[in-house]
Design a protein around this ligand. Structure first.
Ligand SMILES: Cc1cc2nc3c(=O)[nH]c(=O)nc-3n(C[C@H](O)[C@H](O)[C@H](O)COP(=O)(O)OP(=O)(O)OC[C@H]3O[C@@H](n4cnc5c(N)ncnc54)[C@H](O)[C@@H]3O)c2cc1C
Ligand code: SF4
Ligand code: SF4
Length: 478
């Protein structure tokens, strides 16, 4: 942690910085006036705007604390935004999430700072000064009305991170039609104007002159009493690290998050089941669980916890769409410890006719149009070979990129796998061990939405307890 910086009373610490022409990030992305309407011991920063961070922010806002939520993507929602329907209830993820994202965006006590990242911390518990970088969006959000004309007219359509392998997006985009905030950003690596100096269509069609190809990144500082870190997870790089599964080489071998995009009504195929290589409906699907998980010799030693359940969900959702389809699931053993989870798995077998094969799939290769999956059923001792149309890999889940750098900035500890370490696993699961800083959701360890939301609320509650202790101590010192 850097040196203790003198506080500026109740004045917003928002400032321009670093380089000529840098504009004030607060002006671009919504001011911090409300945050500074209360003393520092009633202000909290939440880092990460997934379902965990959103839950923490809304809880704190409802308790009359002021919250600034820092999210590095253009909009909030996290991974849940990419999901189709969610186990164990099979509710539509977007329908569950959207009221929460909208509430976080409209809450009078929550200020969203998207396309932002924490780059420095000074001060002390109860009185932190956090330095934040506002990354370039190339759109002046203070002018943009979110009309979407630029997105409709942009001629560049290519691979989109959000859609994974499943779809393409324009170079100027929002992450989803209901994005919060609903303002576009330009992907500088794909935009024709920013890469080749050609095009400029979005600037021509924008009715309010909001496109700003010259925009620079800027910095601002925020003074808060406590910090909640909820930076979530990513998918293990199974394509590079597990070539035996054919990922990257074989278009019809995809991972679970990509399959979510194919299942999703708001995804690139509007929920239609297709084989990526030719768009034909797949009639035989093989799911491979524990790809990279529970494999201490070669990959990750831990269980990724949600894959057994989401694979059963995938299999069931597929069967709801392709009634005559056949599903095989390779598994080591089934871990379904949540409320109602075991019944969910049992129904997959008894009602949907899904075939579970105990054992690891050893080899995946292309033969004509088919993907051949070879493995062994360890219960019968027989070798198995299935000719599939599509293979879906439940790859290990890992901490989000940049978690270790953030840990260094905030003075947190990561375990050998990069997850933030809690003060005491059983008794203080959301305390980070650094006073005033709390950890919650998948950045602490992989968990389902129910447990993630519980931790988000727990962290909000612990932050309030911490700040009320600070207030009491201040009063006693007077
Ligand atoms: C394929 C798949 C299917 C699933 N299906 C289900 C299901 O059906 N039911 C269920 O209960 N669970 C399911 N899950 C689990 C569910 O996705 C997680 O429980 C949930 O998304 C965790 O939320 P989170 O907020 O902790 O993390 P995330 O959703 O990962 O959100 C973290 C946020 O932090 C942001 N961030 C990261 N680093 C930084 C940084 N340095 N600065 C600022 N922001 C940052 C990210 O951009 C992101 O928006 C599934 C998971 C997968 C992979
Ligand atoms: S300038 Fe870039 S973002 Fe704008 S329309 Fe052209 S390719 Fe799309
Ligand atoms: S056309 Fe202009 S106002 Fe409309 S969404 Fe694009 S940048 Fe915003």
């Amino acid at each position: 942690m850097g040196e203790v910086t003198e506080l500026k009373g109740q004045q917003p610490a928002c400032q321009t910085d670093d380089g000529a022409g840098a504009t004030c990030a607060c002006a671009a992305a919504g001011g911090l006036e409300d945050l500074y309407s209360v003393p520092v011991d009633r202000r909290v920063m939440v880092i990460g705007g997934g379902i965990c961070g959103i839950t923490a922010a809304i809880d704190l806002g409802n308790a009359d604390y002021r919250v600034v939520m820092v999210e590095r993507l253009p909009s909030v929602g996290g991974r849940m935004l990419q999901l189709s329907e969610t186990f164990p209830t099979l509710d539509c993820a977007q329908c569950t999430l959207t009221p929460r994202t909208v509430e976080s965006g409209q809450h009078p006590h929550v200020t969203l700072k998207t396309c932002c990242e924490v780059v420095g911390l000074s001060g002390e518990p109860g009185n932190f000064r956090v330095r934040v970088r506002q990354n370039k969006t190339y759109v002046d959000w203070s002018k943009c009305t979110g009309c979407g004309t630029c997105i409709q007219k942009c001629p560049t359509k290519s691979y989109a991170l959000f859609e994974r392998d499943a779809g393409r997006m324009t170079a100027i985009y929002t992450l989803s039609p209901q994005a919060v905030p609903n303002k576009p950003v330009i992907d500088a690596d794909r935009c024709r104007y920013l890469t080749k100096g050609k095009c400029g269509v979005c600037a021509k069609v924008c009715p309010v002159d909001a496109i700003d190809y010259e925009q620079q990144e800027s910095y601002f500082e925020v003074e808060v009493g406590a910090i909640i870190v909820a930076t979530g997870f990513d998918v293990y790089d199974w394509k590079t690290k597990m070539p035996e599964l054919g990922g990257g080489r074989l278009p019809d071998v995809i991972d679970g998050l990509t399959f979510e995009r194919y299942l999703s009504a708001s995804g690139p195929t509007a929920g239609r089941m297709v084989r990526p290589s030719d768009g034909v409906e797949p009639k035989e699907i093989v799911f491979i669980q524990c790809a990279g998980s529970r494999n201490p010799e070669l990959h990750k030693s831990y269980c990724s916890k949600v894959c057994c359940m989401y694979t059963a969900k995938h299999a069931r959702l597929y069967k709801h769409k392709v009634h005559d389809g056949q599903v095989y699931i390779f598994y080591i053993d089934i871990r379904s410890t949540g409320k109602g989870y075991e019944q969910f798995i049992q129904q997959s077998v008894s009602e949907e006719g899904i075939i579970y094969l105990r054992g690891r799939a050893a080899k995946v290769f292309q033969e004509g149009k088919k993907i051949m999956v070879q493995g062994a059923d360890t219960l019968t001792g027989k070798k198995i070979e299935i000719a599939a149309d599509l293979v879906v890999v439940a790859a290990a889940l890992v901490p989000n990129e940049g978690a270790e750098e953030l840990a260094e900035i905030l003075g947190l500890t990561c375990n050998k796998d990069g997850f933030f370490v809690e003060e005491d696993y059983k008794l203080s699961p959301v305390d980070s061990g650094s006073r005033g800083i709390f950890i919650a959701g998948c950045c602490q360890g992989i968990k389902d939405i129910a447990d993630t939301v519980a931790q988000g609320s727990a962290a909000a509650s612990k932050a309030q307890v911490f700040l009320s202790t600070i207030r009491r101590q201040k009063k006693q010192a007077v």
